[in-house]
Design a protein around this ligand. Structure first.
Ligand SMILES: Nc1ncnc2c1ncn2[C@@H]1O[C@H](COP(=O)(O)OP(=O)(O)OP(=O)(O)O)[C@@H](O)[C@H]1O
Ligand SMILES: O=C(O)C1=C[C@@H](O)[C@@H](O)[C@H](O)C1
Length: 292
């Protein structure tokens, strides 16, 4: 069944539930429960995401067992500490947030999806990717297909419609499309919640995107000779020249270059560390602006 737009959040005993259905017609909803476990992965229900535990008990150790164990222990300690710090920061920020939606903006590959999911879990929010809502509304499986069949302008119109739908929702982290910042009307919708700019150096973005390929990112997918990193870097540079200023409209900026301290490399910052910084910056923003 092709569904018309209509989104509803409904509090339920089991947690939050989210439904898509026909406006004024029948609605369906999916119960969502959140838990906080490091060894887990996100499962998708409808367009929303939640965590599910992964059982690692059957993991078998082979050669260099001690090395593997020690590395795992080190990683677990570091990530365990970060998870705790993240949860603690989320508890501190939650009362100031009062359920306001959070819109992550930033260039393609800046980590809006990766960090957004972690942030949503820490805050007990739902997570949604605006590109996926556009795909759902248009009735296709990829943004690339929309660009191919209808062109960018059609995509942008539908992106604004999707954002309008989302802007009335509470307790939601949204990973927005990289170009959402280019239309002033989109800011009107995002200002119903808090917007956060994930500012990542272009060379890091190019590294990340070149590693996974450009097939799902039509604005970067160009048939040209050269190595993948350089091609992506050049396209990103051109895009950033056009739209870089627009990101500055965000309420909060989290610049990875500022977050990386001492000898730490921007590329070694974990999504958890970035999520903690987002919460800290949101708290500062809300404290500064609550009496003005
Ligand atoms: N902190 C990080 N360190 C290293 N790699 C990261 C980090 N965050 C995200 N990535 C990787 O970068 C790539 C892009 O991340 P992600 O999809 O979260 O970005 P995005 O902003 O949602 O991108 P897009 O707007 O293009 O959909 C992924 O391969 C992801 O694994
Ligand atoms: O930066 C952009 O303009 C885009 C980013 C993607 O998330 C998609 O929204 C689409 O590919 C366009």
């Amino acid at each position: 069944m092709r569904m018309e737009t209509g989104i509803a959040f409904m509090p339920q005993a089991s947690g939050l539930s989210f439904g898509f259905g026909k406006i004024g017609g029948e609605k369906w909803s999916v119960p969502l429960k959140f838990s906080f476990h490091r060894n887990s992965e996100f499962k998708k229900i409808g367009l929303l995401y939640r965590r599910s535990n992964v059982d690692l008990k059957g993991f078998s150790l082979c050669k260099k067992t001690e090395e593997v164990v020690s590395e795992l222990q080190q990683t677990n300690k570091q990530t365990g500490d970060e998870d705790l710090a993240l949860k603690r920061e989320a508890e501190i920020v939650a009362p100031y947030l009062s359920g306001q939606g959070i819109y992550l903006v930033g260039m393609m590959g800046s980590g809006k999806t990766t960090v957004g999911k972690i942030l949503s879990e820490a805050l007990d929010y739902s997570f949604l990717d605006s590109d996926e809502l556009v795909e759902h509304n248009v009735g296709v499986s990829s943004v690339a297909q929309i660009f191919d069949e209808h062109g960018e302008e059609f995509f942008r119109i539908n992106e604004t419609k999707a954002l309008k739908q989302l802007s009335t929702e509470k307790r939601l982290v949204v990973a927005t499309g990289g170009g959402i910042v280019t239309k002033p009307i989109n800011w009107k919708y995002m200002k119903k919640g808090l917007s956060v700019w994930l500012d990542v150096p272009l060379d890091s973005l190019a590294r990340r995107i070149a590693a996974v390929g450009t097939a799902s990112r039509p604005l970067l997918h160009k048939e040209a000779a050269g190595d993948a990193y350089t091609l992506v870097f050049n396209e990103l540079t051109a895009l950033y020249e056009e739209r870089g200023e627009n990101y500055k409209n965000a309420d909060v900026r989290v610049a990875l270059e500022n977050l990386a301290t001492g000898k730490q490399d921007v590329n070694s910052l974990t999504p958890e560390a970035i999520a903690i910084e987002i919460l800290t910056k949101i708290k500062d923003f809300l404290l500064t602006n609550q009496f003005v």
